[in-house]
Design a protein around this ligand. Sequence first.
Ligand SMILES: [Zn+2]
Length: 319
Amino acid sequence: MEVLGGRGLLLKAGNTRIWLDSAAESDCMSLVSHAHLDHAPGRLSRIIATPETASVLSLFGSYRFEKLIRYGESIMLGDIRVSAHPSGHVIGSSQFLLENNDGSLVYTGDLNTYDSVILRGARPLESETLILEATYGSPRYIFPAREEVYARITRWIVETIRAGEIPAFKVYALGKAQEIIGLVNAYLRIPALASFTISRITESLSQYGFKLEYLPINSPEGLEAFKQGECVYVSSKRYSPPSRRRIRWAVATGWALRYRPSGFDAAFPLSGHADFSGLVRYAEESGAKRIYLVHGFADELAKHLRRRGLRAETLPLTP
Ligand SMILES: [Zn+2]
């Protein structure tokens, strides 16, 4: 199996060509790791993804799906056996293991190795070749334990409500939104209100066993709870219905470890990606003989992995 970078990630094995979260031309087969749009540009056709990913993508575009693949299942693409495994990044996100007579390869997609309140962290898959994302592949990004970040968020929510204001989070509609709702469900006895887009996504995922308790902000119950004020509001846009109470806006992102986004009342280092330690551990435990790094701090992580005796290099991608 050969891996090429450039205008996307292409895997070639004999006559079989499989694009990974990309496709330079239409009518190519693409493995799509999750439903964030930077991994599923609109031109993709013949998509292979988990049912959860397909269900979210279908809300936002007219994608064509070749096959759906569940965690633990495998399918044949040419002479390549492809299996899907949880990647811990968002609901439905998958890492893919590809195997043929030639060898084995893992493509992680976006990866989180730590357990969250809604998802189990990704477990390393063994392979000869590994394509690993490196969003936070720098030693400057080592996150606090998730429980500690959860405790900080919970405290901030309680303090905000005590001050007579409404705590609100501006987060990705798929991923952090469900995690914040799950956190409110697990630790607080107040309603989580979700924006229209987040409600649609969360509702579509409920058929796969993700039963999160929330009220859509555009429902009478949601508006009533918002007016009453003892609630948490989760939205992908910094917009809320009018209220007599002040809204305190927070963000939850790994970048908050080093940067405080301007215009927000609070920022929490809660990430859907593995930090530097998680990525290094994954690379070592995969046993891969060859590692390609993509995205983020790919060069920096490649250098660190080489120092640890691994064969690692960056795979350049152009948008
Ligand atoms: Zn993502």
